[in-house]
Design a protein around this ligand. Structure first.
Ligand SMILES: *Cc1c(COP(=O)(O)O)cnc(C)c1O
Length: 461
């Protein structure tokens, strides 16, 4: 009655053991064998509709059978160009050989003890590595969790425990997750917040820096935010300022230079904990190990997840030792947080970032993307803005006459590009941003081809 899943092409499994470290194991090309979605994906979509909550929706109605390098191969044998990395997760590649080997090795020994019951070295080693990698050379401590949202929640817990203050400041266009507290911190109603309140109190939202739309310099934008914080809550009641150094879901909004340093300096002067949510920007993505490194900003706490472990579920909170040690013993933790398979994967992924020079690689991919997209903007005034750092680049589509966001056009372009076999994601509070997050191991030819498909989709839309 149900169509069996296609087995991945033989090359997927045989090549995986022989591919160079970090190198792609699958044929690196776009190839459509069926229309998209093909018959096997359609059958799985039918089963998904019967079995899975309709609230869990798919960007593309396509089911994966294998992925690696810059491609995702679906159950119908179609090979798609991956410009999404599963939302900035598989930066080191999908089933990256080092990660796959570390997972296979760890699973032979033990799969779980709960770190709060019996310790294991992998958890400690990930903590040591993150303490060394994150910005600043002060004494640090780390705690591990399962998801970005969970780590953001724990950043707020730590800030409140350390300061004894109640309020948390967040920004327009922010995305911090889907749990109750992080929904209070997330800006966008649809689809994230609508119908799910009431939300956690004591979250104050202030304007961010959005140079394309507000035209403000970094210092001015910071002064605007700080003025509201001082008037509406007061530094004495403010536990933390939580900000994505580049807003991710909000549309890859890179603040004007000086904005983050000014906010961080104000927080420091008032003993407010400055928290960088680097869940999407972290781990080489922006052409620095962390986006805060770009302007030398040293956060008190750094929240990490997505790119940390090559696709295994892991998140981390790293920060000043005196803050991280402030909550009572047993106050932080969780059953699965820092699972040994996930920490083994993280150590392998961190090694891949270093060994394969992926910070440099992200910069190179960024040059390729910005070059092509700026050319596209010169040809087509509907591309209102091209922005980004490293391999975190986006275009904003607008009505050229008014500059108004054009979500309908964006939807048509995304749909057309996906039909042609490119996995590409939208973003933006107004739904008019196309974001590019290729795996850092993608070939430049494949990346260029993916961008050409998007450009052709725009021309035809
Ligand atoms: C994805 C994301 C989160 C939430 O991470 P989950 O693992 O989905 O809970 C939080 N902050 C930012 C900036 C994100 O991009």
């Amino acid at each position: 009655m149900t169509t069996p899943l296609a087995t991945p092409p033989a090359t997927a499994t045989t090549a995986a053991t022989t591919a160079p470290q970090g190198g792609p194991a699958l044929p690196q090309r776009r190839e459509l064998r069926t229309e998209l979605p093909g018959p096997r994906s359609r059958e799985l979509m039918r089963r998904k509709q019967e079995a899975i909550s309709a609230a869990v929706s798919l960007t593309m109605p396509v089911f994966a059978a294998a992925a690696g390098g810059g491609v995702v191969v679906d159950v119908d044998g179609n090979s798609l160009i991956d410009l999404g990395s599963g939302i900035a997760v598989t930066s080191v590649g999908n089933s990256a050989p080092g990660v796959a080997a570390a997972v296979a090795e760890q699973v032979q020994h033990f799969t779980h003890t709960c770190f709060m019951v019996t310790g294991y070295e992998g958890y400690v080693a990930v903590g040591e590595a993150l303490n060394a990698l994150t910005p600043g050379d002060h004494a640090k401590r780390t705690a591990l969790f399962n998801s970005g949202a969970e780590a953001v929640e724990n950043a707020v817990k730590v800030a409140r425990a350390a300061t004894g203050r109640r309020a948390v400041a967040v920004f327009d266009h922010a995305y911090h997750g889907r749990t109750n507290l992080t929904l209070a911190m997330t800006a966008k109603a649809q689809p994230y917040k609508t119908g799910f309140g009431p939300f956690a109190p004591d979250v104050l939202r202030v304007p961010t820096s959005y140079p394309y739309r507000d035209g403000l310099g970094g210092a001015e934008a910071a002064a605007r935010a700080i003025d509201l914080l001082e008037k509406q809550v007061g530094a004495g009641d403010l536990a933390a300022v939580v900000i994505e150094p580049i807003h991710g879901e909000g549309g890859f909004i890179e603040p004007a230079p000086g904005f983050l340093p000014a906010l961080a300096a104000w927080a420091r002067a008032h003993d407010v904990v400055f928290v960088a949510d680097e869940v999407q920007t972290g781990f080489a993505r922006t052409g620095d190990m962390f986006a805060c490194d770009h302007e030398g900003v040293v956060p008190d706490l750094v929240v990490m997840a997505k790119g940390i472990a090559g696709g295994l579920p892991l998140a981390a909170l790293t920060g000043r030792a005196e803050l991280m040690d402030a909550p009572q013993a047993g106050g932080l933790g969780g059953t699965y947080g820092g699972n040994p398979i996930a920490t083994a994967a993280a150590l392998a992924a961190l090694e891949a970032y270093r060994r394969d020079g992926l910070v440099e690689r992200a910069r190179r991919l960024g040059d390729v993307m910005l070059g092509r997209l700026q050319e596209l903007r010169r040809r087509d005034p509907r591309v209102g803005d091209v922005r980004g750092r490293g391999a975190m680049v986006a275009i904003e589509l607008v009505d050229p006459a008014t500059g108004a966001p054009d979500a309908a056009l964006t939807g048509r372009v995304l749909a057309a590009a996906r039909r042609q076999g490119v996995v590409v994601l939208g973003a933006g509070t107004h739904g008019n941003v196309i974001r590019f997050l290729p795996p850092l191991v993608i070939g430049e030819d494949l990346l260029a081809e993916g961008l050409d498909v998007v450009a052709d989709a725009l021309a035809a839309s």
